[in-house]
Design a protein around this ligand. Structure first.
Ligand SMILES: NC(=O)c1ccc[n+]([C@@H]2O[C@H](COP(=O)([O-])OP(=O)(O)OC[C@H]3O[C@@H](n4cnc5c(N)ncnc54)[C@H](O)[C@@H]3O)[C@@H](O)[C@H]2O)c1
Length: 258
């Protein structure tokens, strides 16, 4: 631990597993007090317990980030527990797959509400607090899917993440004079669970072939980029994204990679 977030408080949405749990662990290891806000309270509590056992400080609460009242309650609760919110890592997201022709309108709405509308709700709830204090770091988990590349079956997801990148540029400008920065990490393919079924293994093998480095990333690979954007060192960076993808979006073709 190097204490890069010593004395800071952070909220991590979707921190009960996967990338969000990695962000919560890394932020806590760097000294931040962390509120894990996630849909499934039990998972959030498990991650918080592991952080506390390791000598960090974390707690959890149940929140649906697509619900305006629950997002407002999350911000109020974080302020109540920790006094202030320095860092908001908005990471919660869903990625069900469906082709456009088969997709129901409700599926489209659910993905856009969870992945994109939630960012608006989170910013609306937390920005008055951050701008009042003249300090804030908002770090969003975006994706290469949408902003950089397309994926058949994920048009709603890609639209939501491209929307995230567009939103954060305007949001960053609105608060640029107020000590608040808004940035995102764009993960490539990150291994969030042990591979179970044959189908999941086959999908993972296909993805590996598309990654020049030859392996999927780990949640901590994203968390360390989020850590930089959440730190004081990144004070002059706003409205930007960092791609963390093992080189996946680089090749014009796969030939010639050693
Ligand atoms: N895993 C990848 O390869 C990858 C790649 C690019 C981007 N991402 C993004 O990373 C983020 C985290 O995903 P992950 O891969 O860790 O998946 P995950 O399913 O392990 O984690 C998602 C988390 O978000 C929470 N969540 C979902 N809907 C919610 C809601 N309405 N309210 C509150 N919490 C909610 C879930 O409970 C879970 O804790 C997502 O935004 C996802 O789009 C993941």
């Amino acid at each position: 631990m190097t204490g890069r977030l010593e004395g800071r408080t952070a909220v991590v949405t979707g921190g009960g597993r996967g990338i969000g749990a990695g962000i919560a662990r890394v932020f806590a290891a760097e000294g931040a007090r962390v509120l894990i806000a996630t849909r499934t309270l039990k998972r959030g509590e498990e991650v918080a317990a592991a952080i506390n056992k390791a000598g960090g400080e974390a707690s959890a609460m149940a929140t649906d980030v697509s619900d305006a009242d629950q997002v407002a309650a999350m911000v109020a609760e974080a302020r109540k527990r920790y006094g202030a919110i320095d860092i908001m890592a908005h990471n919660a997201g869903i990625f069900p797959s469906s082709t456009i022709v088969k997709m129901k309108e409700a599926e489209w709405d659910q993905v856009l509400d969870t992945n994109l509308k939630s960012l608006f709700l989170v910013c609306k709830a937390v920005l008055p607090h951050m701008t009042h204090r003249n300090y804030g770091r908002i770090v969003v988990t975006s994706s290469i899917s949408g902003p950089r590349v397309g994926m058949p079956g994920w048009s709603h997801y890609c639209a939501s993440k491209a929307g995230v990148n567009g939103f954060l540029k305007s949001a960053a400008l609105e608060v640029a004079k107020k000590g608040v920065t808004i940035n995102a990490v764009e993960p490539g393919n990150i291994q969030i669970r042990a591979t179970g079924s044959k189908m999941a293994q086959a999908h993972e093998d296909t993805m590996k072939q598309a990654i020049p480095m030859g392996y999927l990333g780990q949640p901590e690979d994203i968390a360390y980029a989020a850590l930089y954007l959440a730190s004081d060192e990144a004070r002059y960076v706003t409205g930007q994204t960092i791609v963390v993808d093992g080189g996946q979006i680089l090749p014009e073709s796969q030939s010639g990679i050693l």
